[in-house]
Structures are given as structure tokens and as C-alpha cells.
Design a protein around this ligand. Structure first.
Ligand code: NAD
Length: 716
């Protein structure tokens, strides 16, 4: 069965409906590419065809390229050929001498938008679901189907660079006002009627870029405005990416160089840059982790097999503070009834008011209707009454980080719950097995560690206690997916996986400060390493006093268990700063002086240089970067070795979605693959000798190096 259904009307116009069998979305796989080629040949050779409407039989117009096909490209030559081959059909489509209209509904992304831009006219169904964009950069690629050439010729270079550089997806109204599409339709029927009318009125259309006097909107590469853009765009891009994402540079080069030559040469230039991207380690890492490993997780790789899929209709949340309020918002958004409980009605109401605030903004921006807002708010019941929890299938506690308080609410809630209901803790530091001691049924006790702010952070770290049953884990996993978050599953441990590894990044920054490394060098190194925030600023955000509190608690717990506590060399820095009242952003004073009104710039506190005098000899910047990355990767490998991590995929995906580990390295474990385990081991040993045994390479990395193999890298 062809991927495109053909329906020719009496007027000769063909309605071609793209509908790839057996797939939820249209993608450019071999079948679709073959069907498109056949369609173009028919358009060229069949005189009875007077025009073409390209539409989709799926929920969305088109998802983009087939990632398996991209992944299979092993050399730059193959990348170049594949890109040129696909484009040659699009070029023939727009030069066949007959009108072609794209009738777009839903999402129209990547290669799908490139197909649409090769049509002479684009109409979008304006039903609130349309969304158009070229998101290739997110996988370390550039649009290689003509996107870097057609988009700037439609919307101007500056707008195109911004959209392609950030992978922006635009809504119908912006697509129209920017010139990306030419018309909006109210209904599918209206869209088809408009398409037919346009075809009837334009029997011999020509693409703007094929017209002899074509001008880019806003000017081409020779215009003074673009000269200015060319001067500043690279520095603006590298200020954000620190040169870690070659695809961004290649997109710029393709756009600017393509603006100096004729359209067909420009398409060749684009393919050369596409080829460079497709074989880059950055792209392989991004695709391996954020496509293959993430999809494996979403398909339930870490979920126990054989347990039927469950659904939560009613959720209880204990504690309506920052986390409880956020969890209530995402759950109610996903259609779950929520009981939001706190010690007073005023506190519970305040937690619900968080949802009101977010929804009011969404309504104002047009992302949500007032009716949707009211329906979502109606699903949240703010209360102080434990009896309201009676028919909840799941309760998540998000009360203070205090064992006593958590034990008390666990017992109060469990007294109301059905025997098969699950109780979860959102603790960020307290081991789950210990908290489960307060529970009458520890097999139904689990950790669901959300991140802040909950509505922006996609990850939930599921922590399995010693007695947590497979059924409970499966229920926790299903709930996380039900509310649209990404679950990783880890075994119980102090700090679990994410907090434990994340802490090594921040603490390494603090240790270097103590050694006399210039604080600015440390902060810049964090960003150069690809982390979203530098270590000292991050510690200020999290609060230094919390760091001291966690260290004290750990010391106490380990002493009670008869274990020896060894302080990280960065720990004294936390204590010294806290003693001076410099406890972080919430006090306006930490490693930085924070602006009082929250508006101005934060500045590194000048007193740091008196407290931690600069060493006479400053380390090489690369060494600072390496220390920040190696510390995390080594700890992640230890988590895998100790069985805290259950899979490499959870480790990589968790590190990127949880604390923003440099995505172009593909996550904390893939970083070791990228460096090469043998080199990692050798460099770690040098770092251990110079800076302490925390850098001693984990035994599983040494084993990889010895055997010449890698951690699982994802991929088809
Ligand atoms: P918070 O102080 O903002 O909120 C805690 C809420 O619990 C308050 O509204 C408080 O009134 C309520 N509460 C206290 N005792 C209660 C009781 N006996 N019964 C009912 N409600 C009670 O704290 P938070 O930042 O939302 O953190 C909550 C939990 O989530 C903690 O365990 C914390 O470690 C964890 N956590 C926090 C973050 C974060 O970034 N803040 C991230 C992940 C996990």
C-alpha cells in the first residue's frame, strides 16, 4: 500500500493524502520517499493532472525525517547523497509547472515543513493545534531538505536563523504574519476549498526564488542589514552555546553562503553542511540519548514486565508548598482529580492558587481557553481533611524534609487509603527504605522525586526502596507517564542518582575555589563545559545552608550506621560562607551579591578573594572544565556499578533532563564513551594524583577500557 493516497477530481486536481501505514506519524522513510517520488513523476508526466493538494491522513501533517535512516548514515558522503537525493524530488515538485498547495493541520515539523515549503502555497488549519518548525538543531543537525534555503527566502534571514538555531515551533498566526504560510482556514473543508480556488487561479505558479528579480525579505547576504547580522550572529550564538553545538554554526554558514549564490548551488552548500552535522559526535550523542534511549524509557524499558498498566483517577498530595503545588498543577492538567492537603486551609488554598496563576497567564497568552482553566482548577480540591484522601489510588507527600513530619503524615494518610493504594515520597535526600519504616505496608511505598519547577522540569526519578514491590513500581511508572513526565528508575541510595551526581559538579567548583582558582574561571568553565549554570551560581540558587544541612544529616546517619564519613574538600567552603551569613540567593548574599529587586545583574562577591586567596599559579582552563565533567561522569559510573542506576539509558537521560548535564555529550555516561574509556581512565588517574582519590576511575570504566568496549550507546 502506498504511503500516499491519490484522489483525482473532475477538475484534474489531485488530492494526495500522506498516510504512512502502521505508523502514528508521517515520516520520510523509504516508503514515503518512494511515494513522493512517484507523485512528482505523475505530476510531471500526466497531462490530466492540473494541480496538486498535499495533505495528511494522520492527526498531524508530518513529523519529520525517519531517525533510523539518519542514524544509518555512516559517512559524510552518504549524508550528502541522501540530502541531495531527497531535495532533488522537492525541486522537481516546485518546478513541474503545475500548482502545488500544502494543506497543513496539526504539527508540521522538520522534513515535513521542508516538503510544505517546496509547495507553491501553504494553508494552515487554524484550530489551535497547528505548529510549524525546523527542530533539527535539537538533534545536532541542520535541515538538509532545503530548509536552510527556503525558510530565509520566505521569512528573512534573521527570523530564519533564530528559528532554526533554537528549533522554534511557531503557531498558525505567527506562521501567517511571518510569511511562512499564505493563508489560514477555519475548517478542513474550508482548507480544501481554499486550496482548489488557489490552484484554479494560479495554473502556472513559480516559486519566488525562481523569479529573476527575487529578493530576500530584509535583504540577502550582500545587503548592509545582513552584513551587520553576519557580524553579530556568530558571537550571539557562541555566547549561548559556547561553541559546543557545531550545527548552529553550520546553519549560519549555510544560510549566509546560500544567500550569495543561485538557488541550486545553495542547495548543494546546504547538503555539505548537513553531511558535516550528521556524522558529528555531537549529533550521534544527542540522537543516541535523546532519541533512542529516551524512547526506550518511554516504551517502558525500566518498568517491570507483566504488571497490567494502571491509571490514577484521584491523587492525594500532602503539603501544598512549592513542590506540592507544582505536582497538583501537572496532575490536574493531565485530567487527574487532586486532593491538595496542608496544615491550614489558607496554605492549601495558596497551593491551589499556584495553578490559578499559571493558568491565568496561559489564558492571557491564548494557550488555554477560560473554560479549560476552570475545568483544570475544578479538579483540585484544597483541604486540611485527611478523610478526603479515602478513594485516592496514589498519595504523594511533599511536606517538610523532616523524617518525623514525613512519618506522621504517612500514617495519617495510610489510615484513610484502600489496601492497594500507593504511598510515595517526594523527598530529595532521605533514603526511601528508611522513610518506609513509618508505613504499615512498605511494599506499597516508593519514591517519586520531582524536580523544581515541576511544570517545567520533565523528569521524575522513581526510587525503589528495599521492600517496594514490582507492582508498586509499575504503578508509579504508569502515573509518571500518565501526567506526561519522563520516569527514570533507580535503587535507593543517599541522594539517589540525580542529587548524588549533581552534587559532585557543584562541590568540585567549591573545592577549586578553596584551592585558589579564580572564581570567574570556575564559573566560565561550567558554561564552557556545557552545563546550564555555573557551579557557584547554582549553589547560591540551591542555598548554601541546605548544602550544610545535607552534609550534617549524612554525617549523622553514617555515624549511626557505623560508617566513616569523609567530607568533600568543598564542604569547608560551604561552612565558612554560612558562618558569615552568606547562605545564597534567598538571603541576597552567597558567592554572588544578588540584586535586591530581583531585576539587575548578580555579581561575584568581591570578598571571595580575601576568603579564598588566588593561587599564584592558575590552572589551565581545560583542566577546570575536565574536573567539572569527570567528577560527574565518574560518580555516575559508580552509581551504575553499585546498582543505584539500573540502566545506562536512565543514567544518560536522567543526567540531561534532571540537572542539565551537557546534552551534546549525550549524558554523564555517554561522556565517558565520547572521551573513550581508555583515555578517561588515564586522565582520571592523573586527576586523582593531582586532586584526590574522588577522581579514581570507577572499576566498571576500567573494565570497559581493558576490554575495549563502551557503555550502551543507544541507537537502532
Ligand atoms: P515547602 O516548604 O515549600 O512546602 C512544604 C509544605 O508542606 C508547606 O506548605 C507546609 O505547610 C506543608 N506541611 C508541613 N507539615 C505538614 C503536615 N504535617 N501536613 C501537611 N502539610 C504539611 O517545601 P518544598 O520545597 O515544596 O519541598 C517539599 C518536599 O519536596 C521536601 O521533602 C523536599 O525535600 C522535596 N523536594 C524539594 C525540591 C525543591 O527544589 N524544593 C525538589 C525535589 C524535592
Amino acid at each position: 500500500m502506498s504511503a500516499i493516497k491519490i484522489d483525482q477530481g473532475a477538475d484534474g486536481v489531485v488530492l494526495a493524502t500522506m498516510d504512512l501505514a502502521g505508523k502514528p506519524m508521517n515520516v520520510i522513510d523509504a516508503e514515503m520517499a518512494g511515494a513522493l517520488a512517484a507523485l512528482v513523476e505523475a505530476l510531471e508526466s500526466n497531462a490530466s493532472i492540473t494541480g496538486l493538494i498535499l495533505a495528511s491522513g494522520k492527526k498531524d501533517f508530518f513529523a519529520g525525517a525517519d531517525v533510523d535512516q539518519l542514524w544509518a548514515l555512516e559517512t559524510a558522503e552518504q549524508g550528502f547523497e541522501a540530502s541531495m537525493h531527497f531535495k532533488s524530488w522537492l525541486r522537481r515538485l516546485e518546478q513541474a509547472g503545475k500548482p502545488v498547495v500544502a494543506a497543513i493541520h496539526g504539527r508540521c515539523l522538520g522534513g515535513g515543513l521542508e516538503i510544505a515549503m517546496a509547495c507553491h502555497h501553504r494553508i494552515v488549519l487554524d484550530d489551535g493545534k497547528a505548529c510549524l518548525g525546523l527542530p533539527e538543531v535539537k538533534l545536532g543537525l541542520l535541515p538538509g531538505g532545503g530548509g536552510t534555503q527556503r525558510l530565509p527566502r520566505l521569512v528573512g534571514m534573521q527570523q530564519a536563523l533564530q528559528w532554526m538555531g533554537e528549533g522554534t515551533e511557531v503557531r498558525a498566526a505567527q506562521a501567517l504574519s511571518s510569511g511562512l504560510v499564505q493563508a489560514l482556514a477555519k475548517t478542513p473543508e474550508d482548507m480544501l476549498a481554499q486550496a482548489r480556488a488557489w490552484i484554479a487561479a494560479h495554473p502556472k505558479p513559480q516559486q519566488p526564488w525562481d523569479a529573476p528579480k527575487f529578493c530576500y525579505p530584509g535583504g540577502d547576504s550582500r545587503s548592509p542589514a545582513t552584513a551587520q547580522l553576519m557580524a553579530i550572529a556568530p558571537s550571539m550564538a557562541s555566547a549561548k552555546s559556547w561553541g559546543n553545538y557545531p550545527a548552529i554554526t553550520h546553519i549560519m554558514s549555510s544560510v549566509f553562503e546560500g544567500g550569495l549564490v543561485d538557488f541550486d548551488t545553495a542547495l548543494q552548500i546546504e547538503s555539505r553542511y548537513f553531511a558535516a552535522c550528521v556524522v558529528s559526535p555531537e549529533s550521534r550523542n544527542l540522537i543516541g540519548t535523546l532519541w533512542y534511549q529516551l524512547n526506550a524509557i518511554k516504551k517502558g524499558a525500566s518498568r517491570p514486565q507483566g504488571v497490567p498498566v494502571s491509571k490514577v483517577n484521584k491523587l492525594g498530595i500532602l503539603g501544598a508548598g512549592m513542590m506540592g503545588a507544582g505536582i497538583a498543577y501537572v496532575a490536574a492538567k493531565a485530567g487527574v482529580e487532586v486532593v491538595l492537603l496542608d496544615t491550614t486551609q489558607a496554605l492549601a488554598d495558596k497551593g491551589k492558587a499556584y495553578s490559578q496563576g499559571v493558568l491565568d497567564k496561559a489564558v492571557k497568552k491564548g494557550y488555554r481557553s477560560p473554560e479549560q482553566r476552570e475545568a483544570q482548577l475544578a479538579r483540585i480540591q484544597a483541604t486540611t481533611d485527611y478523610a478526603a484522601l479515602a478513594d485516592c489510588q496514589l498519595v504523594i507527600e511533599a511536606v517538610f524534609e523532616d523524617r518525623e513530619v514525613k512519618a506522621q503524615v504517612t500514617q495519617l494518610a495510610e489510615a484513610q487509603l484502600a489496601a492497594d493504594a500507593v504511598f510515595a515520597s517526594n523527598t530529595s535526600t532521605l533514603p526511601i527504605t528508611g522513610l518506609a519504616k513509618a508505613s504499615a505496608r512498605p511494599d506499597r511505598f516508593i519514591g517519586l522525586h520531582f524536580f523544581s519547577p515541576v511544570d517545567k522540569m520533565p523528569l521524575v526519578e522513581i526510587i525503589v526502596g528495599e521492600q517496594t514491590s514490582d507492582e508498586t513500581l509499575a504503578k508509579g511508572f504508569d502515573f509518571v507517564q500518565q501526567i506526561g513526565q519522563t520516569p527514570i528508575v533507580v535503587n535507593d541510595s543517599r541522594g539517589f542518582y540525580t542529587s548524588r551526581v549533581f552534587a559532585t559538579y557543584v562541590m568540585e567548583g567549591l573545592a577549586m575555589l578553596k584551592e585558589g582558582v579564580h572564581p570567574r574561571s570556575i564559573e566560565v568553565a561550567g558554561l564552557q563545559a556545557g552545563m546550564p549554570m555555573p557551579p557557584l551560581a547554582l549553589q547560591d540558587e540551591v542555598s548554601l545552608s541546605l548544602g550544610v544541612h545535607v552534609a550534617d544529616q549524612t554525617r549523622k546517619d553514617m555515624a549511626a550506621a557505623g560508617q566513616r564519613y569523609e567530607a568533600h574538600p568543598g564542604e569547608p567552603v560551604l561552612r565558612q560562607m554560612c558562618e558569615m551569613g552568606r547562605i545564597g540567593k534567598k538571603a541576597g548574599r552567597g558567592f554572588y551579591d544578588w540584586p535586591e529587586d530581583g531585576q539587575g545583574e548578580k555579581r561575584l562577591w568581591p570578598g571571595l578573594q580575601d576568603l579564598f586567596p588566588l593561587a599564584d599559579e592558575q590552572p589551565d582552563q581545560q583542566e577546570i572544565i575536565e574536573r567539572l565533567l569527570y567528577a560527574q561522569a565518574n560518580e555516575a559510573a559508580r552509581c551504575l556499578e553499585e546498582g543505584v542506576l539500573r540502566s545506562v539509558a536512565d543514567g544518560n537521560v536522567g543526567s540531561i533532563l534532571g540537572w542539565g548535564f551537557a546534552p551534546f555529550f549525550g549524558g554523564a555516561l555517554q561522556f565517558i564513551n565520547t572521551i573513550g574509556p581508555a583515555h578517561f581512565v588515564q586522565r582520571s588517574r592523573q586527576l586523582a594524583q593531582a586532586h584526590g582519590k574522588r577522581f579514581k576511575p570507577a572499576a566498571n570504566i576500567v573494565d570497559l577500557a581493558r576490554r575495549g568496549i563502551f557503555f550502551d550507546q543507544g541507537g537502532a
